[in-house]
Design a protein around this ligand. Sequence first.
Ligand code: SF4
Length: 270
Amino acid sequence: MTLALDARRRAMLEEMGVVLFEHPAHSGDMHDTPPAPPRRAGGTADLRPARADAAPASAASLLPPDDAATQSAPVAARVRLPGIEAMDWDALEQAVAACRACKLCESRRNTVFGVGDRQAEWLLVGEAPGENEDLQGEPFVGQAGKLLDNMLGALGLNRHERVYIANVLKCRPPGNRNPQPEEIAQCEPFLRRQVELLRPKIILAMGRFAVQTLLQSTEPIGRLRGRVHRYHDVPVVVTYHPAYLLRNLPDKAKAWADLVLAQSVLRGEA
Ligand code: SF4
């Protein structure tokens, strides 16, 4: 355990909108003792909005998380590869790469399977690839990815160790439009198998479509935050999508509180 925050983590926390005022007697290490939620009056920690010059979002969902509207359109009957429930990681990745179960296969450049540690305790679930993700075949690149990396860094994590990142949809919706129900229904078995293979200790559901898919709930994120939910017996904590946070900077502090809750659940403290 270190006696004070190192400069790198402090910078990451500040990017997250968290400004720490360490009490003279404070000796907590970020990894072992994450900052508490806001205590503006007389506490040792304060959560403030970060700077307002972040770049615009590029990920798939740019709507406020409380917007309950979804798009729907007929889709031709398509066939997904059978046997997903028995696939190992490599077979599953190949199945996604070959998948033509919804019309997104026609416009994608790359499938975006997921990235990270296949023994991870943390599973972060976003919504769908954006333009950069479609180009690179990796989730959460670009500005939203940078913010997500900073969020992870503030907890002493990174996307390659103890963390796995996946999306509900593995292919980019054209023009970053919202995922459609038929697309989610076709793609969800891949995510479910990823959860089965990973067996994470905590899932962080980021954004409306991740939350709706995992929790089968249309309640606004604002009402689902701060509680522990379940997806096939795995604890789930709900938070905002990083792309949304880029446009709603004051909510970064709420996202930080969600991360702290998720870490507490993982440690059996909540
Ligand atoms: S989004 Fe999912 S279901 Fe649709 S083609 Fe891509 S991998 Fe298949």
